[in-house]
Structure formats: structure tokens, C-alpha cells
Ligand binder design. Structure first.
Ligand SMILES: [Zn+2]
Length: 203
């Protein structure tokens, strides 16, 4: 007996997601097959909204529904300090730690020569533009925190930005290694993220 095409299709979609193998993909599909129709509608609507309702903040490049995003438009935030992170999940992770009140800049990746990802694939030119605009206003940036992950690629990216930023004279710091080597910021607990931020030093 052949699996019906619509069932096989959904199994295939699930399997294409990270961390989901063939068994889990099949289990999820058969679960949905027996679940109330309302759930399958919710799932497809949520997936659809994810793409149609979100955009990238023109200031910090984070994922948002409003441009500028909530963080960039929050009056009480310290605009003189920018925390540079690899992806949007890192922003949420640092926010959860409640230890940072500045702004962010999301790179959307790291420099990875083996995967053919160079600096031009990241939101680095947007960062430079942002700094140029800010230097002419009262909201001058005084510090940049490099909060890329302590992986090889994260370190290389931090180093690249550090060299690029040096001529600006802006203070550049790197988060301390409260984050274990090989671990990722998005999976770190609040205390670890807070320690890492508090222990940052000039870089
Ligand atoms: Zn923003």
C-alpha cells in the first residue's frame, strides 16, 4: 500500500526542518491527521503569517512586525550602546537576561568561508550606515558590544568588525566567556548571558 500523496507531502515538509528526522516527521503528520481541523488551520495560518507579517527593522535589522521595531522605538533605551548579535534569537536571549538596555544590531549570520558566507552577506554595511547617521546627531554611539558566539566563525566575525570599527574611535567590547566555548547564545540561560555581558572587556 502506498502512502497517500498529501500525507507523504507533509512528512516531506517536516523532514526538511532542522532537527526533525523521518520518524518524527511521520509522527507529527499522523498526529495532525487525527487532530481537530482547527489545529491544522492554526498551523498553516501561523506559518503563513510568519512570512507575510514580518519584516526586517530598518535600524537594527531584527525581525519585526513594525518598522522600526519595538526596541529601536523605545524611548528609554540607551542609544549610545549597540550590541551586535548573530541572529534574532540572540536578541531575545539577551532581552530575557534583563541586563542590557541599549540597542542591537543583528548580523543575520557569521562569516563562514567554508559555506561561502563573506562579510557582504551579513548586515555589516547597514551597521556602518547606521553609525554614520548617528555620529551626526545627539544620539552618538559610544560603545559597540561584540556578542557573536564564541565559535570559530563568531570569533572571526567579531575580529573582522573590530578591525573595521577601529578607525571610528568608538569603544569596542567583546562579551566575556560566561558563554561556554562551543555553545550558542540562544541556548544560554539568563544568568550566563548576564555574566557574559557584565564581564565584557575592551576588544
Ligand atoms: Zn530595530
Amino acid at each position: 500500500m502506498k502512502v497517500p500523496k498529501s500525507v507523504a507531502n507533509l512528512i516531506e515538509v517536516f523532514e526538511a526542518l532542522p532537527g526533525i528526522g523521518p520518524k518524527t516527521a511521520a509522527r507529527l503528520t499522523y498526529y495532525l491527521l487525527h487532530a481537530p481541523e482547527e489545529l491544522t488551520h492554526k498551523l498553516s495560518d501561523a506559518a503563513h503569517d510568519l512570512k507575510t507579517k514580518t519584516k526586517i527593522c530598518s535600524v537594527c535589522q531584527n525581525i519585526t512586525e513594525e518598522d522600526p521595531c519595538d526596541i529601536c522605538s523605545e524611548e528609554s533605551r540607551d542609544k549610545s550602546i549597540i550590541c551586535i548579535v548573530e541572529d534574532p534569537l540572540d536578541v531575545w536571549s539577551v532581552e530575557k537576561s534583563q541586563s542590557f538596555n541599549g540597542l542591537y544590531h543583528v548580523l543575520h549570520g557569521v562569516i563562514a568561508p567554508l559555506d561561502n558566507i563573506g562579510p557582504e552577506e551579513l548586515k555589516i554595511s547597514e551597521l556602518l550606515t547606521r553609525l554614520k547617521i548617528s555620529s551626526s546627531k545627539a544620539t552618538e554611539v559610544k560603545e559597540i558590544i561584540l556578542a557573536t558566539n564564541p565559535s570559530m566563525e563568531g570569533e572571526a566575525t567579531a575580529m573582522y568588525i573590530q578591525k573595521l570599527m577601529k578607525p571610528t574611535g568608538i569603544r569596542i567590547t567583546r562579551i566575556a566567556r560566561g558563554i561556554p566555548i562551543g555553545a550558542e547564545l540562544e541556548y544560554a540561560d539568563e544568568v550566563t548571558v548576564r555574566r557574559a555581558l557584565e564581564g565584557r572587556r575592551d576588544y
